[in-house]
Design a protein around this ligand. Structure first.
Ligand SMILES: Nc1ncnc2c1ncn2[C@@H]1O[C@H](COP(=O)(O)OP(=O)(O)OP(=O)(O)O)[C@@H](O)[C@H]1O
Ligand SMILES: O=P(O)(O)OC[C@H]1O[C@H](OP(=O)(O)OP(=O)(O)O)[C@H](O)[C@@H]1O
Ligand SMILES: O=C(O)c1cccnc1
Length: 484
């Protein structure tokens, strides 16, 4: 499916764009921020992902003839064309010219932190909202899930097996990419391997065993055909017997100069069966053979199996990884932070809500991360126009009564980096392997209590003091100014 088109958007972005064009606001400079309000999986962190695909999509951002012709056919409520020809001509001549700053993929991120900041003509910054949310929300969700699954596996390889149950073909490839960023060792998805250079791995299915008269014959024939890829699925009939058959064929393989790579368990009590399998493999002369397990696994089951002393050392994880499992989507949003007037002055903007946590942060935002003794100690969301004074005090996003002062001895870095300047790509293009390494390093800088899978400590990420004051003043003013 073709997704590299500006029509990957909600219709209302185009109707607003037509409105901005008509009323003369299209070129007014604006700043938007993309952020989420709540960490997924009731976890302590999220892993930013999707920027690489955002960059590709923005590089192809132009309305070609076929797209304009289609837009011309959309009727309004009265049956007449929804869009004026003059507006479609304007879209046809439009060239991407925004500034984009973003937090690099593989960075640990927290609620309310802008993962992306888009600054440029109002009409352009508005038109890209939906696609950016689509890409970042999904990949950040899956990279985070993968990081949690890999954390539970304690450094043992996690193989991503999700293609057959992923959310459509494109969702599957994006999920494989994000899962690799989160720490997976490989994917079974061959298209993701070709598209993104992710290592591909696989075993075989029950159908292979079922297509022969006996399991032994199935393993023997597979060993002849694929001597360098022998991980036998042992649970088609009787798992313990299956492991013995794997050992028997393992000896034949060895006699021919090859080695049994391992076995795979896909049903039954994985803790008990894996320890039995380990004993049989060791006694049979295959202490190096891997024990792969699959069957509806996620971080919680893996953690439990580890506690039970399972002898599994490779984890195949599909459905619950590539779909997000218990969490179907990350609730990332895209909000206007400021708009610039003809005199060059920025006017900060705020979106009110009954819920304090849903009131948007005004201004042109940056995120400053404080590190002390190799540990991330807190993040301050600050307004780039006013800066981030030291010592830096941060306020809890949902409760301005709760605040924390960043340690003065801490070093700091600003997380949002330039990606596009006036529409030109100026960012870095790390490989997926480099992004995966970044995830690993970033997680090492988080306190273990923040990384904990269940009931983690809340990492201090908040709004810098002076921005918080400004926000409170704007909220009070907005409430007292009738706008209806
Ligand atoms: N020791 C264990 N502790 C906790 N959960 C386990 C353990 N062993 C397996 N499970 C999980 O229990 C669930 C049920 O597994 P089980 O093999 O009994 O049923 P199943 O998936 O319906 O089997 P089949 O694939 O043969 O239809 C799976 O999610 C599996 O990963
Ligand atoms: O369980 P997941 O985490 O999604 O991992 C992928 C699953 O896909 C395969 O099963 P298959 O499609 O053959 O069906 P099955 O569930 O009957 O084994 C494989 O044997 C795993 O069980
Ligand atoms: O290679 C495997 O073992 C595999 C691939 C996809 C889904 N389940 C298992």
């Amino acid at each position: 499916m073709k997704t590299d088109t500006p029509l990957l958007t909600d219709l209302y972005q185009l109707t607003m764009a037509a409105g901005y064009w008509k009323c003369g606001k299209a070129e007014q400079e604006a700043v938007f921020h993309l952020f989420f309000r709540k960490l997924p999986f009731a976890g302590g962190y999220a892993i930013a992902a999707g920027l690489g695909d955002v960059v590709k999509w923005l590089q192809g951002f132009r309305f070609a003839r076929a797209e304009l012709e289609y837009l011309a056919t959309i009727p309004g409520r009265d049956g007449k064309p929804l869009f004026e020809p003059g507006f479609l001509d304007y879209l046809g001549a439009m060239k991407w010219q925004c500034d984009v700053t973003a937090i690099p993929e593989g960075t640990v991120v927290f609620p309310h932190e802008p993962l992306l900041r888009i600054q440029g003509p109002l009409i352009q910054a508005q038109l890209v909202e939906t696609a950016l949310l689509n890409i970042i929300n999904f990949q950040t969700l899956i990279a985070t899930k993968a990081a949690r699954v890999c954390q539970a596996a304690q450094g043992e390889p996690v193989l991503e097996f999700g293609l057959r149950r992923a959310q459509g073909p494109d969702g599957a490839v994006m999920a494989s990419r994000a899962a690799f960023i989160g720490g997976c060792a490989s994917t079974s998805n061959v298209l993701a391997g070709m598209t993104h250079g992710i290592p591909v791995r696989g075993t075989h299915a029950h159908s292979w065993v079922m297509s022969f008269d006996t399991e032994l014959e199935a393993f023997a024939t597979y060993a002849e055909a694929m001597p360098n890829n022998c991980v036998f699925l042992v649970d088609t009939y009787d798992t313990v017997e299956g492991v013995r058959h794997a050992v028997e064929i393992g000896h034949r393989l060895r006699a021919q100069g090859h080695e049994l790579a391992g076995i795979r368990l896909d049903s039954g009590d994985l803790a008990w069966l894996s320890t039995e399998a380990r004993r049989i493999l060791d006694e049979g002369g295959f202490p190096q053979a891997n024990i792969v397990a699959s069957n509806d696994l996620d971080e919680h089951l893996i953690e439990s199996l580890k506690h039970q002393g399972a002898a599994i050392n490779v984890w195949g994880v599909g459905t619950k990884l590539v779909t997000g499992g218990e969490q179907a989507a990350l609730g990332g949003v895209y909000k206007l932070g400021a708009i610039r007037h003809e005199n060059g002055e920025w006017e900060p903007k705020i979106k009110l809500s009954e819920q304090a946590v849903k009131v948007s942060n005004p201004g042109i935002q940056q995120v400053r991360r404080f590190t002390l003794n190799g540990e991330f100690r807190g993040d301050a969301i600050y307004d780039q126009e006013t800066g981030c004074p030291a010592p830096t005090e941060i306020m809890h996003p949902a409760d301005p009564q709760r605040s924390k002062i960043m340690p003065e001895a801490a070093t700091h870095e600003d997380l949002l980096q330039p990606v596009f300047q006036r529409g030109q790509f100026v960012g870095e293009q790390p490989t997926l392997q480099e992004i995966q390494a970044r995830t690993r390093h970033q997680l090492q800088h988080l306190h273990a209590t923040v990384r904990r899978l269940q009931h983690p400590h809340e990492y201090p990420a908040g709004v810098e003091g002076s921005l918080a004051q400004k926000k409170l003043a704007m909220m009070a003013k907005a409430k007292s100014t009738p706008r209806l």
